[in-house]
Design a protein around this ligand. Structure first.
Ligand SMILES: Nc1ncnc2c1ncn2[C@@H]1O[C@H](COP(=O)(O)OP(=O)(O)O)[C@@H](O)[C@H]1O
Ligand SMILES: [Mg+2]
Length: 321
């Protein structure tokens, strides 16, 4: 497996009124060519900030990369300037955002927004960009694309808007697609259509996909490898089989227990007791210790090291046997 992106000890912090928020706090992982990597974890654990760091879409006033490297084709994205980033963003690495309504511009027609991507990255004429946009929308299953191109984002359903976003993200056949909760706001049918769509485009172009989600079911269906994040760190990493059939970290185990199973009638889903510590004030030691059913004394004192379980499987926990 050849890596296309290599993240090394990345720390992305924010200045806030209440102090420094350690949104991403020393994570390392590789993304390999052609793979689908799932990034999972509860809300607030640093998934989106990881994605925004890779694309340098962090708010300039408050965010800073405190430490680390993001190596893309031998070059460190952390050190790149705006001009270099513009060549990469949308062109080599693109992103589908969590909330399509806020990331499409309400003042422009959908057609305008898709063709803009082509014009910016390929330097082609309006007419050529129009033709390409219609072709692309057709491919991703947007009905009557010529008509849709003339419409504004608010005139479309959530599912169609998300397809327009995907069209924009895929317009330049990126090497890496980062999809941040791409289907969270959508109903189940549209959700699986969109995941199928991403999969089929991936098979065709060989792009690498980083799929960020809090939905483990989506990961099981879509990804070959999984990273589990908790409180701004990676707690476990493995193939999808390893994570689902042989989870090692107590947090991963709790997450898996909280997936609803088919035919299982529960009044209420089991949730993990307790709350995630604030990124403004992480405790010493393992950050999961306060919620962990098997935590011992050392867990609240020292940072657990990353333990190798197999060539592809790692977990950071003192209690792995
Ligand atoms: N603009 C910001 N300013 C301050 N803190 C932020 C900002 N964005 C995110 N954070 C904090 O960083 C942490 C990780 O957030 P995020 O990456 O959005 O989580 P996730 O996507 O996993 O739900 C959270 O504690 C969040 O409060
Ligand atoms: Mg998020």
């Amino acid at each position: 497996m050849q890596e296309i992106l290599s993240i090394k000890d990345l720390k992305t912090y924010f200045h806030t009124e209440d102090g420094i928020a350690k949104a991403v706090d020393g994570i390392s992982f590789n993304l390999y060519k052609g793979e689908s990597l799932g990034i999972v974890g509860e809300s607030g654990c640093g998934k989106s900030v990881t994605a925004f760091s890779i694309l340098k879409l962090l708010p300039e006033q408050t965010a800073f990369i405190e430490h680390g490297e993001i190596i893309f084709e031998g070059n460190d994205i952390v050190k790149m300037d705006k001009v270099q980033m513009r060549k990469i963003r949308g062109n080599r690495i693109s992103m589908i955002f969590q909330e399509p309504m806020t990331s499409l511009n309400p003042a422009y027609t959908c057609g305008n927004q898709v063709t803009e991507v082509f014009k910016t990255h390929l330097g082609i004429s309006n007419a050529e960009a129009d033709t390409k946009a219609v072709e692309l929308l057709k491919r991703i299953g947007v009905p009557s694309p010529e008509q849709r191109m003339k419409e504004y984002p608010h005139q479309l359903s959530g599912g169609l808007r998300q397809r327009i976003m995907i069209a924009m993200a895929l317009a330049c056949k990126p090497d890496i697609l980062i999809a941040d909760e791409p289907t969270t706001a959508l109903d189940v049918t549209v959700q699986s259509q969109i995941l199928e769509l991403i999969k089929s485009i991936q098979e065709e172009t060989g792009m690498s996909v980083m799929l960020i989600t809090h939905d483990l079911g989506v990961v099981a269906e879509t990804c070959s490898r999984v990273i589990v994040m908790y409180a701004s760190k990676i707690v476990e990493e493995g193939t999808t089989d390893e994570i689902f059939y042989n989870p090692k970290h107590p947090y991963t185990k709790s997450l898996l227990k909280s997936i609803p199973r088919l035919n299982e009638e529960l009044d209420r889903l089991p949730v993990i007791e307790g709350t995630v510590p604030s990124s403004l004030n992480y405790p010493e030691g393992c950050r999961f210790a306060s919620r962990c059913p098997i935590a011992g004394e050392e867990c609240t004192m020292n940072d657990p090291e990353r333990i190798r379980i197999s060539e592809t499987h790692f977990a950071s926990c003192f209690k792995i046997n």
